[in-house]
Design a protein around this ligand. Structure first.
Ligand SMILES: *Cc1c(COP(=O)(O)O)cnc(C)c1O
Length: 418
């Protein structure tokens, strides 16, 4: 396909105007950037600056009264995000909250959902999980007096294969049976882009008496999710990747409705989880908010929530359904361009639809290490992983077919030069 074809596809894209809502980074070459790193850090929504400035102004103007005064008082500020998060992950409002950062939330929810006994204490994860998730589950196992080498079970693809087979994953859950306490998967996988079937895994985990939790760092804002209907027990996600809330952005947490009023669920508690009507009476006893907000510990960073609010407004306008449709078109176009233009040089590690989101993980015959720098010089933002992988994501909120066309042409030029 030609550049003109790519532009024609963009003309037909109902979400094309969202691109103008973002600030694109500068390039050394002065060329228009090809930004494909949204799986790592999403672009800045123009409104982020406006909304953060609003809160700086409110701080200056009202001082402590900013908690109650102004257009967006700080006391309930995180509630501005709740509806958007519910729509984003397919949840009820009482099941989602914006708080902390991802790994913190993962620990807080494992406090509640990883409650091992002598016989049921295993945690199932993927072998190529994000290292932080491995540290988190290992340390939880140790915290409960278990040796992670026994308690943490890693499942990996069959020899010579790049992804886990669904049947192997389900069989593993079956085999672990009564020893299995928790299934904790990154969905999609951050390295391969493989997306696991939420509902089947959750059902299977429940059928052996285990809990299913997901890390949606690469799922939220990327996949079409229905966490409530799928009966997922808990989930966490960050907001700086697909959700464009800026570095260190406030993360999300989901706890299924069925667990919200459980008296037997242990939890670490703080004043921000306290019943709002009596929070400022500052009494000695904790009376939990009857939603997932009960897991909040501290009053949250407002400036970070302000940039998240700017981004979530765009998700609400575009809708996850529309974004997933466009995401599939863009990534399929990307895949086709790679197959036709770079034939013989690259294989695609990421599995085909429906087992993936927007990211493609590309393995080059000759390691791109030598020329990864040249890509950046020409304005391409992708990321390189040792020894031979490049990850690139067309983000449906701000990427176009033209971006993809230019990226693949740039790959081609740089490869031939090197
Ligand atoms: C990005 C990512 C993280 C990062 O954790 P933070 O607590 O946000 O620093 C953790 N796990 C996965 C799977 C990720 O993709």
């Amino acid at each position: 396909m030609s550049l003109a074809d790519a532009r024609a596809l963009d003309q037909k894209d109902p979400l094309r105007s969202f691109r103008d809502e973002f600030v694109f980074p500068e390039t050394k070459s002065g060329q228009a950037p090809m930004y494909f790193a949204g799986h790592s850090l999403g672009l800045m929504p123009k409104k982020a600056e406006t909304y953060i400035n609003q809160e700086l102004k409110a701080w200056g103007k009202y001082g402590v009264e900013g908690h109650f005064e102004g257009e967006h008082p700080w006391l309930p500020y995180h509630e501005n995000i709740t509806g958007s998060f519910a729509r984003l992950v397919g949840a009820k409002e009482e099941e989602v909250v914006a708080m902390n950062t991802l790994t913190v939330n993962l620990h807080l929810l494992m406090v509640s959902f990883y409650r091992p006994t002598k016989s049921r204490f295993k945690i199932l994860i993927e072998a190529n999980t994000f290292p932080s998730d491995k540290y988190a589950v290992d340390s939880q196992a140790r915290f409960h007096g278990f040796d992670p080498r026994e308690a943490v079970v890693e499942i990996k693809p069959r020899a010579g294969e790049d992804h886990l087979r669904e049947e192997d994953l389900l069989q593993k859950i079956q085999d672990l049976g009564e020893s299995l306490c928790l299934v904790m998967l990154g969905n999609c996988n951050y390295l391969s882009g493989q997306c696991f079937p939420f509902q089947k895994i959750t059902e299977k985990a429940h059928s052996v008496g285990a809990v299913a939790g997901f890390n949606l760092a690469h799922g939220a804002g990327n996949l079409f999710l229905q966490l409530h209907d799928w009966k997922v027990d808990f989930a966490v996600w960050c907001s700086y990747k697909y959700l464009n809330a800026g570095p260190g952005g406030i993360a999300g947490a989901f706890v299924h409705q069925t667990h919200l009023n459980s008296k037997s669920l242990p939890r670490f508690e703080g004043w921000w989880g306290q019943n709002k009507s009596i929070r400022f009476k500052m009494g000695p006893d904790f009376d939990a908010i009857p939603t997932v907000e009960a897991w909040q510990l501290s009053n949250p960073p407002i400036f970070q929530l302000a940039s998240l609010r700017a981004s979530m407004e765009l998700f609400d306008k575009a809708t996850m359904k529309g974004l997933r449709e466009k995401g599939e078109k863009l990534t399929s176009y990307f895949e086709n361009q790679i197959r036709t233009e770079l034939e013989g040089h690259v294989s695609i590690v990421t599995p085909p639809l429906p087992q993936r989101g927007s990211m493609l993980c590309l393995r080059f015959k000759k390691s791109p290490r030598a020329w990864a720098g040249k890509l950046r010089e020409r304005g391409a933002f992708v990321d390189f992983r040792e020894p031979d992988i490049i990850r690139a994501t067309p983000a449906p909120l701000y990427n176009s077919h033209e971006d993809i066309y230019r990226l693949v042409q740039t790959f081609k030029e740089v490869m031939h030069e090197s």
